[in-house]
Write a protein that binds this ligand. Sequence first.
Ligand code: NAD
Ligand code: UDP
Length: 341
Amino acid sequence: MNDFKGRRAVVLGGSGFLGSHLCERLLRDGASEVISLDNLVTGNERNLVDVAPLGNLRVVVHDVTEPLHLDGPVDCVFNLASPASPSDFAQLPIETLRVGSVGTENGLRLAREKGAVFLQASTSEIYGDPLVHPQREDYWGNVNPVGPRSAYDEAKRYGEALVTAYARMHGLRTRIARIFNTYGPKMRLEDGRLVPAFVAQALRGEDFTVFGDGTQTRSFCYVKDLIDGLVRLALSDVTEPVNLGNPRELSILRVAEAVRNVHGGDGRIAFKPLPRDDPRQRKPDISRARTLLGWEPRVSLEEGLVETFAWFRKVMAPRAPVPRADATRPPSRHEERERRG
Ligand code: NAD
Ligand code: UDP
């Protein structure tokens, strides 16, 4: 595959944050049809409302832990179905393990039946609380198998093993993207992850909730860059895992400062307890993506935050007030006639 023109793609988790941006990109690239399968557990059909007019989009509400049957050819299956925010997977640990195991295998079976490429959305979480910094793909990670993050981390590690087994045993064309923290429009207000939390707090005039002392680090990638990386990976022949993320590493306190600067408010910090097993540091080594995919992020955190603020402003805008009975308004013709008798 050189591009998606005339191709038919399936996106598992297409109504979520990344999934909806991926559907948009595939349609813009000329895909003949994009089919989103999503059970809406953390996604929202509204994310696809502005995507549908771009082309042939089929939106199916389906739990991918149930068998997948689709008629006709499929060129690529993207597996993005999984709760991804720490507060979501903490509330849905069993669902997260099921979708990462049974759901991933159903996606792999579909790709095998159709002779399609299968792309797995894996995560930097497979490195756990990393002892190697920055993280390269040959690092095996430091994951607590029985901690509060284990349902997600181990499901994703199992997912990579399963994808590798399908490639080895069935000759399936597989791709593994290890995605680092990504943010942007279409994240939920109540998502719980850092950027939507800080942006919503800034807009509400609330303090920024910083967990721990805020010296832990992350590296934030804007969604448009990330999606470009996924598309390049799907179109490549790279079967080993590839880190996709922005290598600009910042402490959480510095992220608060960046959000404050973009918003212009005075946003104070409210320190909260650090969740257990919260990784201390995270930064991708993206040499492999640079060399094999010619990919690197282009959007700065400041530029990405401007776009994210614009989205959240829209979502938080008060709806037009419904006129109340006692509101002052000119009398209707009917009322005028009644008054005149
Ligand atoms: P999200 O929660 O917005 O999207 C996940 C989507 O999967 C949702 O629409 C949800 O309803 C759907 N889903 C979950 N279980 C399902 C099931 N059983 N059947 C069908 N659909 C199901 O999260 P996101 O940030 O868009 O993440 C998308 C993918 O990318 C996930 O697999 C996640 O692990 C991976 N990822 C994301 C990030 C990031 O920073 N955004 C980082 C690393 C990995
Ligand atoms: N965090 C924070 N305040 C919040 C949300 C998150 O300080 O309101 C911290 C969290 O403890 C972690 C970092 O920000 O150290 C990134 O958290 P996020 O949930 O976005 O993703 P993670 O990298 O932990 O999966």
